[in-house]
Design a protein around this ligand. Structure first.
Ligand SMILES: *Cc1c(COP(=O)(O)O)cnc(C)c1O
Length: 345
């Protein structure tokens, strides 16, 4: 079998939710957009509901289809993109709760689904999604009279605890929502770590659940093991891979492993990347191909069958650093070609 194995540890995921929940005195929801950060939204959500989560967030209404099927009728599913044109039937039939982002969306929602639950998303400075101050001031009294289930906003710089943007957005959020009798939510993973001022009535962690930064204490949730297809000995002066970018200057034992950039192992990682055979670190040689990577296994005393790409020796954030990106992008880029194994609690 030349298929890399992606192991997703749902018990570590549950433990991460529990740790984040223990940092606050409020409700901890779970963000499962982008198919649960690539880990399968249905399985992730089911595990977290067992752990005590009650509210799930997705980015788009269509993501609610598979999720509702997996979790059944009861858990709340909130949609960040709100009530878009064409969404009405799904919002109604799947009982989704749109986060309304504009006056246009508010009008669409109350005209099409009067009495159907909704929340409000406010823009406190990120300039991405949600109503700005002027729009909110105009709509506020009408919106509040319809009993929104949540008033929320999102922090732009919460992964940097010292950033001035955090208190600035906190003050804006307070100005826009103080005195309103509705639950409030400001923080994702980064905001939880900023402390109690940022917690309000609900937090919305995503990346921390899946073992990513900025949640330093997270347990790793994913592990990737890639099978070795072939091993050869390369002499000094010979090259390996596309473009001859790596040329041996010592007798090298080269393993060709069965995964590549089509599996989210980004081509740009190449020069910095390494894998592990047990406790032996094995550097990547030359360019990462679509389906294969050459790895230096000269230091291994035995020929390895599999090499660890991420797991106990290196996290998704290590991989992200090699490619100049973030753990979020690594997780959501993994693709469909892995043999997926789930460690259930
Ligand atoms: C993605 C997202 C989250 C979760 O963020 P993490 O940094 O992954 O914890 C929360 N709220 C909003 C609005 C989001 O877009």
């Amino acid at each position: 079998m030349a298929q890399a194995v992606l192991t997703i540890d749902l018990s570590a995921l549950r433990s991460n939710w529990r740790s984040l929940n223990n940092m606050t005195g409020c409700e901890t929801a779970a963000v499962v957009k982008a198919d649960g950060y690539g880990c399968d939204s249905g399985r992730v959500a089911s595990a977290l509901l067992q752990e005590g989560a009650r509210t799930l967030f997705v980015a788009q209404t269509e993501e609610g289809i598979a999720l509702r099927k997996a979790v059944g009728p009861d858990p709340a599913i909130y949609v960040f993109s709100g009530h878009m044109e064409g969404d009405t039937a799904l919002i109604r039939d799947l009982n989704l709760c749109p986060m309304i982002n504009s006056i246009d969306q508010m009008v669409r929602h109350v005209e099409n689904l009067p009495g159907h639950a909704f929340g409000i998303q406010l823009d406190t400075g990120m300039n991405r999604l949600g109503m700005e101050d002027a729009e909110w001031t105009a709509l506020r009294d009408i919106a509040i009279s319809q009993n929104p289930v949540l008033l929320m906003s999102h922090l732009a710089c919460a992964d940097d605890p010292d950033h001035d943007m955090n208190p600035y957005q906190l003050a804006n959020f307070r100005n826009m929502t103080d005195g309103i009798n509705a639950p409030r939510s400001l923080s994702a993973t980064g905001g939880i770590l900023l402390g109690a001022d940022y917690h309000f009535d609900m937090t919305r962690p995503g990346i921390g659940l899946y073992g990513g930064m900025p949640f330093w204490d997270a347990l790793p949730v994913i592990r990737i093991d890639v099978p070795v297809i072939q091993i050869r000995d390369v002499l000094p002066g010979e090259s390996v891979g596309y473009g001859n970018t790596w040329i041996a200057d010592y007798p090298t034992r080269v393993a060709t492993i069965a995964a590549g950039y089509a599996d989210g192992i980004l081509r740009g990682m190449g020069p910095h990347a390494s894998l592990w055979a047990g406790d032996v670190q094995c550097p990547v040689l030359g360019r990462i191909s679509m389906d294969m990577i050459a790895v230096d296994v000269t230091a291994c005393s035995e020929q390895p069958d599999y090499l660890e790409l991420t797991g106990p020796h290196q996290s998704v954030d290590t991989l992200a650093d090699w490619a100049g990106t973030i753990g979020y992008e690594i997780l959501t880029s993994l693709g469909a070609r892995y043999a997926r194994r789930y460690i259930a609690p």
